[in-house]
Ligand binder design. Sequence first.
Ligand SMILES: Nc1ncnc2c1ncn2[C@@H]1O[C@H](COP(=O)(O)OP(=O)(O)OP(=O)(O)O)[C@@H](O)[C@H]1O
Length: 779
Amino acid sequence: MKKNSSRLSQNELAQLFHDKTLLCFLNREGEFLQVSQPLCKFLGYQENELLFKNINLLQPSLFSDDVRMGFWDSIKKEAHWNGVVNLLMSEGNRKNVMCNFVRLKNPETEKAYFFGVFEPNSMPVSFGEFTANDICFNWFFNNSPIAKSLFSLKTFQFVDVNVAWENYTGFKKADVLNKTPSKLKIHDIFDSSFIKKIQANKDDCITIDEIKLNVSSGTPKYATITFKKIYIHNEVFLLQIITDITDRLRYQKELEAMSQKSVQKKDVILKLAGLVGGDLSYVFKEITRLTAKTMRIERVSIWQFEDENNIIACQSAYNLKEHDYFKQAEFKAHDYPKYFQYLFKHKTLRVDDAIHSEQTEEFAERYLKPLNITATLDVLIQGHQAYYGVLCFEQIGSKEEWTIEDEEFATSIANIISLAVECDKRNTAEIELIKSNQKLVGLNLELKNLQKKLEQENIYLREEIDLVFNYEEMVYGSNSFSKVLTDVERVATTKATVLLLGESGTGKELLARAIHNISDRKNKPLIKVNCAAIPKELIESELFGHKKGSFTGAINDKLGKFQLADGGTLFLDEIGELPMDMQPKLLRAIQESEVEQIGSTKTEKVDIRIITATNRDLKQEVKDKNFREDLYFRINVFPITIPPLRERIEDIPILLEHFVNKYSKLYNKSVKFISEETKRNMQSYSWPGNIRELENLVERAIILSNNEKLIIPDFKSSEKEALISSTSLSLDDVQRIHIKKILKATNGKIEGAEGAAELLKMKPSTLRDRMKKLGIKKL
Ligand SMILES: Nc1ncnc2c1ncn2[C@@H]1O[C@H](COP(=O)(O)OP(=O)(O)OP(=O)(O)O)[C@@H](O)[C@H]1O
């Protein structure tokens, strides 16, 4: 295009200033003579705030000495000055603006002016407004750093291109002039619809965004193109201004890709976090699969430390290309010390060239090369108290480098794995706890059932005692006592006189009652006389009765026990204690079956069954002349010897149960259990007081008991065991020891509450007699 050196007329100047261009005129001193409104607006000043102010206001350093010299030199040589200036706006902010200055002469005054056009980076279109003067146009067109071209509006062929355009497209001006862009295959914008549009367009420009331009290099460029009709010498041209957006688009695309990736990452993290708490092997599979997919990582694997961090064993590994899981052998720390050491020290190992990296080359031959693994990113997985393992990302044949984002993502995934592991551990512990709780509940239930069973067995046992062994209130389990009962049964139905022999408390009276009760006399009275308990002088009256006034104190007639027992049974207990003078009278009464009351002259027939009992050795007593032989023979028709309790210890547990049952009911207690130990202790005791002693002991224990278990206070069998083993002791010795002990416990008290007689369940007089006989002196 031909350069035109004509000067601006007043009109042209005025036209310029009415336009939208950011321009100004300055005098030699750099003071504003004219400022266009768009420039005022752009700078943020009112026009009058700028007029006759120095341009230093906008760029304090613009006219620094160096710059000013260069600037003035340019102006003097009628040259141009352009450059990016960092302008200070009225609001205090700064903007980079391309400034173009040219020296002009006022046509009227011939004075030099500086004509400045401000070309903000974002507003290259402002040139398009510059229609009035081809000098300016030429200058701005040619010197603009922005790629511009001029087209004929008739042919749409290139009329001119600037240097920036040549540089941008790589085409030479000479090669493109008089050719259309479509012919040159640069772009195909000038189609019919565009032509229509531009012809209809008057002043405004047309901007087309994101145009692909095929430049000479072959790599397409992307641009925003603005078209503006301009008039030069009254001829209309089409100015094309290219703003390159290739980089912007690329960044944009990269940004979009990055943000898309980060959204995907976020989604994956959320998805994986949602898996925490599930089955660990499933969670691991999902983590490796989804991570590989999202990050497009060829191999993702999770490894667990074993053998105190000396081994890592693969738990799950996913291969992206094969869409499948793969198996992986374990790694030993002593084979690859550098790798392990580095990982423990730095927690993360990011390697872009795994074959040659110091930390990974250790396994290059064995592992990396065969699998063509080029890059690895490994992150330690933190457990609750120790490291759990390692998360591994591996790329195959890739030249891409790991980014800090990749590392951050891997760390997030490692954290999720750590969470999943901890959660799994907690779940397992909870399940274990539930299991052991259930076991405990089960055991408790079992215990309760056992207890119940035991109780039932106990009750059953007692019921059984009642049913099977309750023979006239007698319980037993021993053969020896069974034999006694057989004898009892045999003799009971006869009228035979029975002599019951046995130590005190062995159950003689009970047997006497049993004999009576199973005899056909059971509906008649059973009268008991304790020969030891009745004072000598009263015994005859007791046995045979008396007439009123027959002796001192006989104030009324009184029937004797023989008469009372008529038709029934007379039980003469402690027969061995019967005074010698009474023995013939008794013998007569038994033999004759008749009695004579004291003070009466008449005899009376009685039908009586006699049962006698003694704890004495009557034979010996006969020998010692303490008992009449004839009487002995008379009463010893059917002797039954009742063995002492220590000789039938099998009876002890049953008797124990029986008495516990009896006294629990009596005292309203709920003793349900008798330990085996108690039973054993009881069985190893000698029981000098026999069943009576046992019964008393249990009764006392029940009274004192607050428990379901029978506790016998102060019962020490061991000291008594001596008694059992001491075979040298006679029955009298045993009785002596026992009575002495009881007397000691009662402080010598014989009668009354808690006296020795009560404890021994004997009449005080019997006890006294016994003491006398055994030679026990009062304490
Ligand atoms: N086999 C038994 N089953 C249940 N209780 C028994 C049994 N044998 C004895 N007894 C009880 O033992 C206690 C003593 O029994 P009993 O009075 O018959 O003995 P005893 O030999 O007559 O004594 P003593 O010679 O001192 O008169 C009584 O309370 C009795 O009920």
